[in-house]
Design a protein around this ligand. Sequence first.
Ligand SMILES: *Cc1c(COP(=O)(O)O)cnc(C)c1O
Length: 429
Amino acid sequence: MDLFNLKDDSDKVSFAAAVKKGLGKNQGLYFPKSFPKFDDINELLDKPFVERSVEILTSLIGEELPEETLRNIVERAFVFSAPLVKVMDNVYSLELYHGPTLAFKDFGGRFMAQCLSEIAKGEPITILTATSGDTGAAVAHAFHGIDNINVVILYPKGKISLLQEKLFTTLGDNIHTVSIDDDFDACQQLVKTAFDDPDVREGLHLNSANSINVSRLLAQVCYYFEAIAQLPVEKRHDVLVSVPSGNFGNLTAGMIAKVMGLPIEHFIAATNSNDTVPRYLKTGEWNPNPTVATLSNAMDVSQPNNWPRIEAMIDRGLLDKSILSGDSVDEEYTQVAMRQLAQNGYVSEPHAAIAYKALMRELKEDQIGIFLGTAHPAKFRESVENVLGQPISLPQPLADCAGKEILSAELPSDYEALKQHLFATLQGE
Ligand SMILES: *Cc1c(COP(=O)(O)O)cnc(C)c1O
């Protein structure tokens, strides 16, 4: 697989290098030079999820990873399903939250972890990252128990919910968590300082494993195929897909699936009030506003970092611009949508509800609509219970960790203290 840097065509890398480096020169995103296209889609869609995903990923990645290796990676990464659940006539939810941390980020995170472990070939790596909640959990679970990879996660003390904290601080083994007596920005700053410090960067073989890693996108392509595969053949010709979007990785993956021949007629980029992209699609002007806090907090992003990849697909003529529209759903309509879904017997959370609302504003009578369910309602228990006025029960992974002990170290917001802690924890082994 050949990839190039969207900010510098001459920066070309293999899949392995793109996975290891994450970002290219000048903070540029890596993007595939070309995409394979499937001729007989229905034959591909007939295959089981894992089998089909191996085929899709082999066609994308090519000979760099032998098919057998890729099969092992996929079998370890995709250990949960992505059911397409009928919500009402012609409207379906693709539930992507049946993994260990109850959000779609488990797909990309687990695939990235397995790829990195394969590509590093036993050379030691330290993943250092800061989290405001969800990403940390997905990364921690994805890397838990992988040999030669240590994970250090910083998070702001007392600023995430107890349940969220328990989800990634109770694992132990190669997962090291540190609560920092400050806010999320301070945690992120500590991570940046560590990456700029050659002692730590080289001494501990730092890697960021962040959300712009191309391996995540490739993994996410697979569940769009899984969505269409669950529709009867006669319903596959006029499908609209609505994607609740923050950094736009999820939507990028869907559009790649379309380039590869998957029949999706139209995509909707559904956002909350952080509506940079819907405004851009309407006016042609890129004018990010300051980020505002919403119920769908995983989408509180006003400068989405995957957008250049979508722009590249359109600019290079891989897809026509008309395939995508944008819509922003405010706080009031987010709640209205959650209640409407509940009246149809479907309990949802704010992110999926936004995608549902945007879908219903565009869906025509003869079309099939799919909205992506990106998180389990229990992950946003408080707001769901407030809006719907009914209790939500805890799914198994949350219930399991609720009783476990938090294993985090506590540190002040001070780089020297962190540095000392890193060496003491990681080199003492
Ligand atoms: C991360 C996240 C999103 C946004 O996905 P992007 O790929 O960043 O657009 C949406 N919903 C939930 C629940 C998330 O955790």
